[in-house]
Design a protein around this ligand. Structure first.
Ligand code: ZN
Length: 230
């Protein structure tokens, strides 16, 4: 009786194996192609796979079918590194990452800090924008060391040699306090290079010649926004 049951289970497993071999040999999952079913293990049937890069690996079939494994380990590492690169450039030295971050703030609309830099019209001089070597040269000639951060003397000015210096964090906090005090007394409106900048809920809505114009635009925008919410 027990023997019959065992035989029955073996038959079922054999049938399932034959079914998978017939239907999935040559099938593609992500970067992998199933070359051959090798047999069973604790994790179920094992398959031999060919990765797009030419590497051969053996893995459990269920993990391939569930998209848990999408390529050979080497291609997986490369893909993860590529994903990281999109948002966070892999930088060799601290100064290089400072340069990368400065460019991101000023030029990448998807950056969370773009609103406070690029959108406010803060630019990077061509020399620095196009050449890390030039930025590095200026930095080393102007007192850079690994404890300092890059600061703009005029918080509304550009990233350029005449407006930048290396300071410790303390000095920089002091300087940004001047900026937050540089208020017009009007909600959402701050002074920017003698003009008036409108910012609502962290979003930038332009720079105006007069405070009256900024106020007019703020009120009409808020009216518009309120209507939209309702
Ligand atoms: Zn591969």
């Amino acid at each position: 009786m027990a023997r019959d049951l065992l035989q029955h289970n073996i038959d079922i497993a054999k049938k399932r194996f034959d079914f998978l071999v017939k239907n999935y040999t040559g099938a593609r999952f992500n970067n992998l192609e199933i070359v051959e079913f090798l047999g069973s293990s604790k994790e179920g049937f094992i398959v031999k796979l060919l990765c797009d890069c030419g590497a051969m690996i053996d893995r459990p079939f269920t993990r391939i079918k569930n998209n848990r494994i999408k390529s050979c380990p080497s291609c997986g590492r490369k893909r993860r590194a590529e994903l990281l690169k999109v948002d966070m450039p892999v930088c060799k030295e601290r100064l290089h990452s400072i340069w990368c971050n400065m460019k991101t703030r000023c030029t990448n609309k998807n950056s969370p800090s773009f609103n406070n830099y690029g959108a406010r019209g803060i630019e990077i001089c061509d020399l620095w924008l196009n050449s890390y070597e030039e930025f590095k040269l200026w930095s080393l000639n102007n007192g850079y060391d690994d404890s300092l951060s890059l600061d703009r003397v005029d918080n509304d000015g550009n990233y350029e040699p005449s407006n930048c210096r290396w300071t410790n964090q303390r000095e920089q906090t002091l300087n940004s306090r001047v900026r937050s005090d540089n208020s017009t007394g009007e909600r959402c409106i701050s002074k920017l290079r003698g003009k008036y900048q409108l910012t609502i809920d962290g979003k930038y809505y332009g720079v105006y010649e007069s405070i009256e114009l900024a106020i007019f635009n703020r009120d009409s925008l808020l009216g518009y926004l309120d209507k939209r919410i309702v």
